[in-house]
Design a protein around this ligand. Structure first.
Ligand code: AGP
Length: 623
């Protein structure tokens, strides 16, 4: 997830406006930043790795001249944070004539890059975005000027707009992008497919942005672009069209009544709630991972003598869930280990035949990095799964995958957790294909079902959020909770417990439901709240027995179950339903969502701040 912002104004010097707008989008990405403006037929460019204030201090972004410009604050997905990989990205003419900023993921950039290189284009960066700048250049210069004049006379479509439209028709993937050119310095051409793009309309000029906060202090008149739409912005006008048929779309600006602070959270009261709601988008991004990365990582897993997964907190719960996925789907035994315990458990046994899969959304967790270092010293192979390109984990891993969740501002991990689960399940499926241990029908079923998960999560949020909020209100004064599950749902139970503890400060206990009678059931008294995670599948029958055990002791039974599962619902005092049809091995991704909402609502019911829970940091960089 990145932030794009730019404008074309009647007055000079848009650069400071762009920098301040990017600053208000910094929550969308902050590993590198850049701006490009046009004046007197020339492109002026400044960009570098680092946060906005750091780069501005270093090279003064404000002294770029001109009254038209584009800017970008980056959350790297392809290519580490660096000056070369920062946006804007450019064509290969010298000096450059086209500048592009982009938020999203171009799935087919490798093929397009190869075709363009064969035509003589020279690439500088490792980004997928640079392909767009060269595509626009290619289409622009291919069109003779005389023909261009005829097109403008006949259709009003400028050469730049036409070049952008043709380029868009070749892109697969998600984008919110904007292009400017010294050939037509009076306009910005921007377009949207899946990644958010909003226009700001004013008397003094027109704005485009990934999100409202960028231009809210400048205008409250906004137009939300929709998928498959393109807009041409000039200092005194804007036109919106359908990319596919060039049909002009008339859409009135909406007057916004948000404060800038509200806008940064898109109207949500907390980043955590916004990030819970962003999970469908983040999950769609994980489903765009390049096969070659999945294949490379699974090749190492396939050849491993032993696979140890190391992580902390929520990321450890993702590893625990993954251990069931790898076992059941790929027939691969893996050992999830809490990173701070790794040295005690494996510093002698880890060896050159060991493969370590380190999972860390920040890529900077000291305990996880220490475990990795111990393993490296034992000549083990290090694989990484993280959300941050350029993080330490990416530098110490032999191979890594970036989960592309976008920045997560809330201290509690939510979208990064479900994204980790999605990537890990894709690895398990990819490995199953390599190993041929399960039938192609089973593999096809898993691949079909994983594609449905973003939509399922959307349904859960839409249909269950208010019910879960009422449940939190009802249980807000409870002093302790059990979270129980069997099989892979133990990981879901542990994660639900952690969320409730770290956000609402309520002591909670999670363990395999089969363990109740070996001790913990002694805590049960009438009305004691016990959550059961009950997906369909092999564990459901025995779990019903565990529910009955608790019910017999008059516990308050709260279940998360499949929609319409009457047998479970009959046993429940309260129940939360999730969409039907997801195999148990993928169930943590959807079943955890209502439990994230429950923990969030318990915190707000108690008047705590979910975004900044006491004693916690987003990234624990100390041991
Ligand atoms: C999760 O809600 C917590 N904030 C914490 O347990 C976190 O998951 C843990 O510190 C690991 O962080 P990482 O994924 O960045 O390594």
């Amino acid at each position: 997830m990145c932030g794009i912002f730019g404008c074309v104004c009647k007055k000079e010097n848009v650069a400071p406006l762009i920098r301040k707008g990017l600053k208000r989008l910094e929550y969308r990405g902050y590993d590198s930043v850049g701006e490009a403006t046009i004046k007197d037929g020339k492109l002026f460019i400044k960009k570098d790795a680092g946060k906005i204030d750091e780069v501005h201090k270093k090279c003064n972004l404000d002294d770029l001249p001109g009254r038209i410009g584009v800017g970008h604050t980056r959350w790297a997905t392809h290519g580490a944070p660096s000056s070369i990989n920062a946006h804007p990205q450019f064509d290969c003419s010298s000096p450059p004539r086209f500048a592009v900023v982009h938020n999203g993921i171009i799935d087919n950039f490798a093929e397009l890059k190869k075709e363009l290189e064969e035509k003589g284009h020279v690439f500088k960066s490792k980004t997928d975005t640079e392909v767009i700048a060269h595509l626009i250049e290619e289409h622009f210069v291919q069109k003779p000027q005389a023909d261009a004049r005829k097109t403008v006379a006949k259709t009003g479509i400028s050469k730049l707009e036409e070049a952008v439209s043709k380029s868009l028709s070749q892109l697969d993937g998600s984008y919110a992008l904007a292009a400017i050119s010294t050939y037509e310095p009076d306009k910005i051409v921007c377009a949207r497919n899946e990644s958010p793009l909003v226009l700001g309309i004013s008397e003094n000029g027109q704005f485009f942005a990934s999100d409202i906060p960028a231009f809210l202090p400048l205008t409250k008149n906004a137009i939300f672009m929709r998928n498959g739409e393109l807009a041409v912005l000039k200092d005194d006008s804007f036109t919106i069209k359908n990319i596919s048929d060039q049909r002009i779309i008339l859409r009135e600006p909406k007057l916004l009544d948000w404060t800038p602070e509200m806008a940064e959270k898109k109207g949500y009261t907390h980043f955590m709630l916004k990030e819970i709601h962003e999970q469908p988008e983040a999950l769609r991004n994980t489903l765009r991972l390049q096969d070659k990365y999945l294949d490379l990582l699974t090749t190492f897993l396939d050849r491993a003598h032993e696979v140890i997964m190391v992580a902390c907190g929520t990321s450890y719960h993702a590893c625990l869930a993954a251990s069931y996925m790898f076992s059941k789907v790929s027939y691969l035994a893996t050992h999830p280990v809490i990173a701070s315990e790794f040295s005690e458990q494996h510093s002698r046994s880890a060896n050159i035949d060991s493969t370590i899969l380190a999972v860390s959304q920040s890529g900077e967790t000291a305990d996880t990095l220490a475990a990795v270092e111990t393993a490296r010293q034992r000549a083990a192979t290090i694989l990484g799964l993280t959300n941050v390109v350029g993080s330490t984990l990416t530098r110490v891993s032999r191979v890594y995958i970036v989960q592309q969740s976008g920045p997560e501002i809330g201290v509690a991990a939510t979208k990064t957790f479900t994204s980790q689960l999605s990537v890990l399940s894709q690895l398990a499926i990819q490995l199953a294909k390599k190993r041929g241990k399960i039938s192609t029908e089973e593999i096809d079923l898993l691949e079909d079902k994983i594609q449905l998960i973003p939509e399922m999560v959307e349904q859960i949020i839409e249909s269950q959020e208010s019910k879960v909020s009422s449940l939190a209100k009802k249980l807000r004064d409870e002093k302790c909770f059990f979270f129980l599950g069997r099989g892979i749902s133990v990981a879901t139970a542990l994660e639900a417990r952690l969320k409730l503890m770290e956000l609402a400060y309520v002591p909670s206990i999670a363990f395999p439901a089969g363990e109740s009678k070996h001790g913990p059931i002694s805590l049960i008294q009438e009305g004691f709240p016990v959550f059961f995670i009950c997906p369909p599948g092999e564990t459901r029958k025995t779990l019903i027995g565990n529910i009955s055990e608790m019910k017999a002791r008059e516990a308050n039974i709260i279940t998360v179950c499949e929609e319409g599962d009457e047998e479970i619902i009959q046993l429940s005092d309260d129940y939360i339903e999730v969409p039907r049809g997801l195999p148990e091995v993928l169930s943590p991704i959807t079943y955890v969502v209502p439990l994230q909402i429950f923990a969030y609502r318990m915190a707000t019911e108690k008047g705590y701040s979910p975004d900044m829970p006491r004693n916690l940091a987003k990234s624990v960089t100390v041991r």
